[in-house]
Design a protein around this ligand. Structure first.
Ligand code: 4NP
Length: 155
C-alpha cells in the first residue's frame, strides 16, 4: 500500500523541503511505500531550489535536496494526497481555507504527530542563523518519525 503525503510551509524553500527529506528517509528505513512532495502556501519562490542553508543542513545529515524545486500548493493537492501536513499554524489555517469541500486529504500539523508537542509550530528559520535550520531539521525528523509510525501498516 502506498500512502501519499504533502508537507507545506510558507515559501517551500526551508522547512517543508526538510520535512520532505526527513520523511523520505524515515519511510525508507521502515520500508513504507510513499509518495512524498512539499509545497508552499506562498508563490514567491516557485521554481527555486531550497535555501542554501537548508541544503547544507540536509547534506550534514546525509540527504541531498538541491534538486527540489519550490511550488505553490494547489486545490488539486487536496485530491492527490492522503495527508497534507502543515509546518506551522498560519499555514494550517491557510490550508483549511484553500481545501475544497469534500477533499480527500487529511490536514494536520507536523508536530501534532510528536508526543507532547501537539499544537506546536516548526519555527521559521528564514530570517535567523544556521542554528535555526538545525532546529528545523530536528523537528522535521521528529515529525516524520511520528507520522511514519502512524502510517505504517500494523503487521
Ligand atoms: P519556509 O521559509 O516557509 O520554511 O520555506 C520561508 C522562506 C521564504 C520566506 C519566508 C519563509 N520569505 O518571506 O520569502
Amino acid at each position: 500500500m502506498t500512502v501519499s503525503v504533502l508537507f507545506v510551509c510558507l515559501g517551500n524553500i526551508c522547512r517543508s523541503p526538510l520535512a520532505e527529506a526527513a520523511f523520505r528517509l524515515e519511510a525508507k528505513r521502515l520500508g513504507l511505500g510513499v509518495v512524498v512532495d512539499s509545497a508552499g502556501t506562498g508563490s514567491w519562490h516557485a521554481g527555486d531550489p531550497p535555501d542554501r542553508r537548508a541544503q547544507a543542513t540536509a547534506r550534514r545529515h546525509g540527504v541531498e535536496i538541491g534538486h527540489y524545486a519550490a511550488r505553490q500548493v494547489t486545490a488539486a493537492d487536496f485530491e492527490r494526497f492522503d495527508h497534507v501536513v502543515a509546518l506551522d499554524l498560519d499555514n494550517l489555517r491557510n490550508l483549511k481555507r484553500l481545501a475544497p469541500a469534500g477533499g480527500r486529504a487529511r490536514l494536520s500539523l507536523l508536530l501534532d504527530h510528536v508526543e507532547g508537542r501537539a499544537g506546536q509550530a516548526v519555527a521559521d528559520p528564514y530570517y535567523g542563523d544556521d542554528g535555526g535550520f538545525e532546529i528545523s531539521w530536528a523537528d522535521a525528523v521528529a515529525g516524520a518519525r511520528g507520522l511514519a509510525a502512524k502510517l505504517k501498516p500494523s503487521s
